[in-house]
Design a protein around this ligand. Structure first.
Ligand SMILES: [Zn+2]
Length: 87
């Protein structure tokens, strides 16, 4: 049974089933939960998957890097103007 369960895929998120709701009252199609189903069950707004968070951090870092480059370019440009002015 466990191997069959491992093959199960959440229809909503297309992810592997990680949890089974054992409550008798839970209808069959809501019984099998992937990690995202679980997150939705807990609190959709305050939860994020580690991978998603990592991607977000990466994105933020690269944006910071972009800003740094822009800042450097601006500085270089200012220096150039300065140099031309005093030439
Ligand atoms: Zn799911």
């Amino acid at each position: 049974m466990s191997s069959e369960l491992e093959k199960k895929i959440c229809q909503k998120h297309k992810l592997k089933i990680k949890t089974v709701d054992l409550k008798q009252s839970t209808v069959d199609e809501d019984k099998y939960l992937c990690i995202k189903c679980l997150i939705e069950k807990i609190d959709i707004q305050n939860m994020a998957m580690v991978e998603e968070t990592k991607a977000l951090i990466k994105q933020m870092k690269s944006e910071q890097q972009c800003n740094k480059i822009k800042e450097n370019q601006r500085r270089m440009y200012n220096c150039q103007i300065f140099a031309e002015y005093f030439a």
